[in-house]
Every structure is written in C-alpha cells, then in structure tokens.
Design a binder for this molecule. Structure first.
Ligand code: ADP
Ligand code: MG
Length: 397
C-alpha cells in the first residue's frame, strides 16, 4: 500500500503550522559529542523543507536504550548541538516534551524555527505504544511526519500510536525514499536482479533469503554465512564460524534455490584473526583443520563482481568477511567497488545493514551507490516482506 508523503502537502497552507516530526537521531554519542552524524544529515531535507514553508518544526527521537526513565547518558542534548551545526540555526531544546510547558513553547516558536524534544524512551509508555503518551506527543503538532525509517519496525507511541491520532500523518522524504527503493527491489526490480548476502549468521538472514529467493535472478552468498552452507554440503570448515543447528535449513535452501544460489569459489583462511597471521586461499573443501575462513578469495571477488556488473538491480546486505580486521576486508571492499561500478553503468544499487553501510563508507563509494538504507532491523524486516507498524499507521496515498 502506497503511503501519503510530505510532497503531497506542497501547496497547502503550512505557514505557522506545527509539524511534529519523528526522526531517527539514534546516533553514537561519545564524550558529549555526536560521533557519526549520518542519521542527522539524512533527516535534513525534511526538516529544511518544513522550515522553509514556515512551519514550526518539533522533532522527536529516541536514543539508545534507557529503561523508560530519564538517564543523562541518553540525553538528546548533544544531538541538538550537532543539529544546530548542521542547520546553521539555533535549535530549541524541550527537556520534557510531554509537559504542558512544551506545548506552550511549541505555540510560541517562530515560523521556521526548529525544536528537538528529549529522548522519547525516557517515558515508560513509549515502548508499550501507550495511547495517553501518544496523545501528549500529538499535542506538540498540528500534523505528523514520520521520517524515522530506522524505527518503523517498532510499534511505539512516537511512531505508531501518535500517527493514528494526529492527522494528516505522512511519510517524510527519507522515509519515502527508503520505501521507494526497497519497495522497488521487492516488487518491480529491473532485471537481472542480483542480491548479495553475507555477514555472520544464516539465522539473522533466513527471512530475507526466503523473501528474496523467488524474486532474484541470482543470490550470491559470502561471509561466515557461506561457511554454514559449505558445512551443510559436508565440507569440514575447520575453525570457521558455522551454525551447526542451521545445517538442515541450509541443505533445504540449497535444494530449493538450485542454480540461483552462488557460493564462493574459494576462501581466504587464516590460523587466527589478526593482520599478521599466516593466511592463504583455499577451495571450500580444503580448509586446514584449526584454520578459519575470514574472507572470500580473489577469484570469488572477480566472479561476484562480474555478476554484479551485469545486473540492473543489485541489493547488498552483509559483509563478505571480517572487514573490521584488514586484510580480511578485501572481499568486502571489492564488492563495494563492484556496486559503484554497476551504478555507473546504470544499475540501481541498494545497500542495507549497519555493517554493510559502514563498509561502503570505508570503501569511499557512498556517493556512488543509488541508495544506502539508514535502517538496520527495519530494512531487514522490510525485505522479509513484513509490515512495518510505523509505516502502516501513516495515511494511505
Ligand atoms: P549488516 O550489519 O550489514 O546487516 P551483519 O551484522 O549481518 O551485517 O554482519 C556483519 C558481521 O559479520 C561483521 O561483524 C563481520 O565481521 C561478520 N563476518 C563476516 N564474515 C565473517 C566470517 N567469515 N567469520 C566471522 N565473522 C564474519
Ligand atoms: Mg550488523
């Protein structure tokens, strides 16, 4: 179901209206400073558009996992400072966004002014999707915008219940972009459609594999996930990360996927996980005992990249190896560059998952990927075909 977006409000009398905007400012904070502002930057188009229309913009977000009570370690104050830097204008901070005082202040804001409320998870009703808390949030706005794709898989008071109370309730630009690209990959991909999956565990991605298999032309598998498949084929994977309790499932997937499922031709194995450890490339059935696979080998890189370059839609989730520990990042970096190449040749390329997004940034190709999803769990659940409560609660287009 298509959702109503912020763009649909173009031409409406927005000046002076209070826009309540749920953003995902769940960013890393160290020593009172925002360590990575990617998520803040991603919400700027929505904030600046509303501010430019003369709206009073009231932002809400969660940060970390406080236990339903105020906890200074999870205050959004450092985020407000970073947002001021990004916007180049002062940001009003609402210490208690559910108090009567906050409502009064929201009404006294100047047109175009931006305010940020304290952590929504400081209130016990947030995670239980409490209607009374949602009514208090709703009092801060005249309409609702959800731009927090990364939080849309949770039915919380500031993402779900509030959208049922405060109308219109629309998708912000970031949310709309996420739904467009991820939705396009699932429903009308340009073909060939190649998905690349990796990461540590088959169990994390089983829902995604199931949902993608009937849709893709090829499913390339790397990372430790590949080791579980090789173990299922009867290979001794040495000390590699293998999910023993998923072997039956892997066998079933192998037979169901047939030719679509492409595994690595070879693996980089090492005696231990460190930059200086002795390492070599081996066939998947020749892992020395006591050694572990930490990356795909260079022949596999060439094979995977060639397939990616022939695709017109590429979806990537999950690193090909332990990319945090070079030189075991080589396979992952090659795939990142392969996606950038495919984009240049006209393919739509989409990256999901926190670690994969970090890998794309490390490879320096962020700007050469069509869409790097900002959601972690939300992206995976969307790709599994699940309904995201924060999206479902928005108005239909
Ligand atoms: P994403 O966050 O992009 O969804 P995941 O969290 O599923 O990705 O997987 C990333 C993790 O998988 C990384 O920490 C990486 O070190 C690990 N990983 C990938 N390949 C291997 C491997 N061969 N052995 C152990 N860990 C691996
Ligand atoms: Mg991860």
């Amino acid at each position: 179901m298509k959702k109503r977006t912020l763009a649909s409000l173009e031409g409406q009398p927005l000046e002076g209206q209070r826009a309540l905007v749920r953003v995902d400012f769940n960013v890393p904070v160290r020593d009172g400073m925002v360590a990575d502002a990617t998520r803040i930057r991603a919400a700027l188009p929505t904030i600046q558009w509303l501010s430019g229309k003369g709206c009073r913009v009231v932002l809400l977000s969660h940060l970390g996992r406080p236990k339903g009570a105020p906890d200074p370690r999870y205050s959004l104050r450092p985020v407000a400072s970073e947002l001021e830097r990004q916007l180049g204008t002062p940001v009003l901070f609402l210490d208690d966004p559910v108090g009567e005082e906050a409502v009064q202040r929201s009404r006294r804001m100047k047109r175009g002014e931006v305010a940020l409320g304290e952590n929504t998870r400081f209130y016990p009703g947030e995670e239980s999707n409490d209607a009374e808390l949602a009514r208090r949030f709703a009092a801060l706005g005249d309409f609702y915008v959800n731009d927090a794709f990364g939080s849309a898989h949770r039915a919380h008071a500031s993402t779900e219940a509030v959208a049922r109370i405060l109308k219109p309730a629309v998708a912000g630009f970031l949310m709309a972009k996420e739904l467009d690209y991820l939705g396009m990959a699932l429903s009308e991909p340009k073909r060939p459609f190649v998905a690349v999956l990796g990461g540590a565990k088959v169990s994390d991605k089983i829902g995604v594999i199931n949902a993608l298999l009937p849709r893709v032309d090829q499913l390339l598998i790397g990372g430790a996930m590949a080791c579980t498949f090789f173990a299922a084929m009867g290979h001794d994977m040495g000390a590699s990360l293998v999910e023993r309790d998923k072997l039956e499932l892997a066998r079933e997937l192998l037979s169901r996927a047939g030719e679509k499922l492409i595994l690595p031709k070879g693996l980089v194995v090492a005696e231990r996980l460190s930059a200086g450890a002795s390492r070599r490339s081996v066939a998947p059935d020749a892992v020395p005992s006591g050694w572990a696979a930490y990356d795909i080998d260079s022949e596999t890189c060439r094979d995977f990249v060639a397939r990616i370059r022939r695709a017109r839609t590429v979806l990537w989730n999950g690193p090909m190896g332990v990319f945090e520990t070079p030189p075991f990042d080589e396979g992952t970096m090659a795939i990142a560059r392969g996606l950038a190449d495919a984009t240049r040749k006209g393919a739509v390329t989409i990256v999901g998952g926190g670690d994969s997004a970090a890998a794309v940034a490390r490879a320096g190709v962020e700007d050469r990927i069509t869409h790097v999803s900002t959601g972690g769990g939300a992206t995976l659940e969307f790709l599994e075909g699940k309904v995201l409560p924060g999206v479902a609660a928005l108005d239909d287009a």
